[in-house]
Design a protein around this ligand. Structure first.
Ligand code: MN
Length: 688
């Protein structure tokens, strides 16, 4: 009644659309409520002939709820004219997603609606079709993928691809058509060979072969920056067998017949994907060098791969959707997290996080972890556990220390080095790739912002204090400081540190006001050197990778003779063997000293070394020193220069640098360069 007399663009009665949508839902094993909602999904929207109230009265609350949500989603997307086009899209997308996860059936109705629209999009104006299709690729295909609806996801992608990027679609389609007779013969031939192989070994099963779906070929072209003619493995076979052990048996046979392509073997049976997907994947080089892909799975796994969550609840006593199902709960949490953590990047975050081009890496125990392509060791750490992420001090890939920002690749073994004193910082947000890791980092930062500010502020304050030859101990009871706090309107010293840390109070100016006598003429340079530090493995009696701290008094680097000392607070602290402190300590507490050596394999280390350079005052001497340090590939973290003239030191000056070096030879090279600068009198490694 609601759609009576209304026609679709292609001339069909409008009724054909809701009927087809309901049909798709029935294929998905949707429950009766969901199917009824599919029939009714457009009756309110299109001509307001029917009210939500009327639906509630006739079909019940649940059906009305779903129809209401589906209607609002469509209406909200384009109706609010006070927002810019982009805001409309982000805001409505946010609403849409949140409305959809309230009742999981809303998603199914929307997906079925979009799928049927795509199937019948021929007569839509190209611009409108393009927009709808892009929405599908960005939002609905990833969601379908996350719900494990493999078959629907592929159809959505291929149909949407055609309208979203028509030229690219045509190009790939034509290229594949040219190879068509070759592919068809090849597929038949390989199917026959696999079947013979299986039969000869007493294995039963079904084999199908196909050209991969166009959108996946398109992605491969984009990802690897190749032309369509350079895509060689565009054919894929699927072998279905009765039992899990048959999967492995068949894979063994395949590998004994054809050479496998290294790195392409994936066991999603022992390590299913996040969405529950199980299968064995391998790629081999077939006859005449033609590569192809093979997926091997049981019949049951196949149903699950095609129907995902739908198969999942079908096996659950046939009771239909259970909102308390772990699968649904987990899905909902994941989506909520993405929505709450995203701004205008919501669509791309959804696309990336729900539809990842997976890579897989291994834990040190050999467990496989799937992560989206682009993930770093930090994402890995947060994937393992929030605590591992929050204290991630460094990472090793295949046994080698790497910077945290290194992009992970499939097959790598990743080990996270934890250090309880390490915690997240703002630059981690640039290192992390996944929304999950970013959100954990943001949460930590929000909770600890003040603590961090205090830490940062205290550090700055102490450094400035040293200019006035004072330490924090001296100032605790200092009435001048108390007076200063009052003037700055901060209640206590921690609040002062926080204000300094937030950059609201300038520590030097604060102290100047209090101790304004012998302020020297100073230059203060800060170069924007970025630095990621991580602990360095040392061996202790054959035990490698001991967590330790570098002694601040002597700053050893790889290559220096070293000695360890067990402190109460900081664990093992490593000194240079010649350091006067360790000499004194080892006489006092011989039982707490230890012989340690560097783990020579790790050459990716980073050490922060303070240097004091005495120079004759000469115009440009500072510039010469810093440019030589930079030319030796060392970052300068900080640089202070001051003239000693007023202290009766004639025409001398002192340059204090904090530099980042890799190891001793790197360090010596830098020292050598600096000592060649005209006017340099002496270089001291310890901060005096
Ligand atoms: Mn519709």
């Amino acid at each position: 009644m609601a759609h009576e007399g209304v026609l679709r663009r292609d001339g069909q009665p409008y009724l054909s659309h809701p009927m087809n949508v309901a049909n798709i839902l029935a294929d998905l094993k949707m429950d009766d409520i969901g199917i009824v909602a599919g029939f009714l999904h457009d009756v309110v929207e299109d001509n307001h002939a029917v009210s939500i109230e009327a639906i509630k009265k006739n079909f019940g609350e649940e059906v009305a709820g779903i129809v209401d949500a589906v209607t609002k989603i469509e209406k909200d997307i384009f109706s609010d004219e006070s927002l810019t086009k982009e805001e409309v899209e982000v805001e409505s997308l946010r609403k849409l997603i949140l409305a959809m996860i309230d009742d999981i059936r809303v998603i199914f109705v929307k997906i079925a609606d979009r799928l049927h629209n795509l199937r019948t999009m021929e007569s839509m104006p190209p611009e409108k079709a393009r927009k709808k299709a892009q929405e599908c690729l960005q939002i609905f295909a990833p969601i379908a993928n996350r719900l494990g609806l493999g078959k629907i996801k592929n159809e959505l992608e291929d149909l949407a691809f055609k309208y979203a990027y028509p030229e690219d679609y045509e190009m790939i389609k034509i290229a594949l058509q040219e190879k068509r007779s070759y592919s068809e013969n090849f597929i038949e031939d390989i199917k026959k060979q696999i079947m013979e192989l299986m039969t000869a070994n007493g294995l039963k099963g079904e084999i199908s072969g196909r050209v991969k779906h166009l959108y996946s070929i398109y992605n491969k072209i984009l990802r690897q920056n190749i032309t369509v003619n350079e895509v060689y493995d565009y054919m894929a076979f699927r072998i279905l067998v009765p039992e899990e052990r048959d999967c492995y048996a068949v894979m063994g046979l395949i590998h004994s017949k054809w050479n496998l392509i290294p790195g392409r073997l994936k066991d999603f049976i022992s390590n299913p994907k996040e969405n529950g997907y199980k299968s064995l994947h391998t790629s081999v080089i077939g006859p005449s060098g033609q590569p192809f892909e093979i997926q091997i799975r049981t019949y049951k796994m196949h149903v699950e791969a095609e129907e995902g969550i739908a198969a999942h609840w079908k096996y659950k006593d046939g009771k239909g959707i259970d909102e308390k199902d772990d699968y649904i709960i987990k899905f909902r949490e994941e989506i909520k997290e993405i929505v709450s953590q995203s701004g205008s990047d919501l669509a791309s975050n959804l696309n990336r996080d729900l539809h990842p081009k997976d890579i897989y890496v291994l834990t040190p125990q050999g467990k496989i972890i799937h992560l989206p392509r682009g993930s770093t060791p930090l994402d890995f750490a947060y994937h393992i556990h929030t605590e591992v992420g929050n204290h991630c001090a460094g990472a090793k890939i295949d046994g080698k220390m790497v910077p945290l920002k290194t992009e992970l690749k499939s097959g790598q073994r990743v080990e996270i080095i934890k250090n309880p004193s390490v915690h997240p910082s703002h630059d981690w947000l640039d290192i992390a790739f996944t929304t999950r890791a970013k959100s954990k980092i943001k949460t930590w930062l929000a909770q600890n912002e003040k603590i961090l500010a205090i830490e940062r502020g205290k550090e700055v304050f102490e450094r400035e204090l040293r200019r006035f030859k004072k330490s924090t101990k001296d100032i605790e009871k200092d009435p001048d400081i108390q007076e200063g706090l009052k003037k700055a309107a901060v209640p206590d010293i921690d609040s002062l540190y926080a204000e300094i840390g937030y950059g609201k109070i300038d520590a030097r100016a604060f102290l100047k006001r209090i101790y304004a006598e012998e302020e020297k003429e100073e230059v203060h340079i800060k170069q924007g050197a970025t630095r990621k530090s991580f602990p360095v493995p040392v061996s202790l009696g054959g035990e490698s990778d001991y967590l330790f701290n570098i002694a601040k008094c002597c700053n050893p680097v790889v290559g220096d003779q070293i000695k360890g000392y067990f402190t109460k607070g900081k664990g093992l602290v490593v000194h240079r063997a010649t350091c006067s402190n360790i000499k004194r300590l080892s006489e006092l507490f011989p039982e707490r000293t230890a012989n340690v050596s560097w783990n020579e394999e790790s050459n990716e280390n980073i050490f922060e070394i303070p240097l004091s350079i005495t120079v004759k005052n000469r115009r440009g001497v500072l510039g010469d020193v810093t440019s030589l340090v930079s030319s030796a590939n060392a970052d300068i973290i900080s640089c202070d220069a001051k003239s000693l003239e007023k202290q009766g030191m004639g025409e001398k000056g002192i340059i204090k640098l904090k530099i980042v070096v890799k190891n001793k030879s790197h360090f010596l090279k830098i020292i050598d360069k600096i000592s060649q600068v005209e006017g340099v009198v002496s270089i001291s490694r310890n901060a005096p």
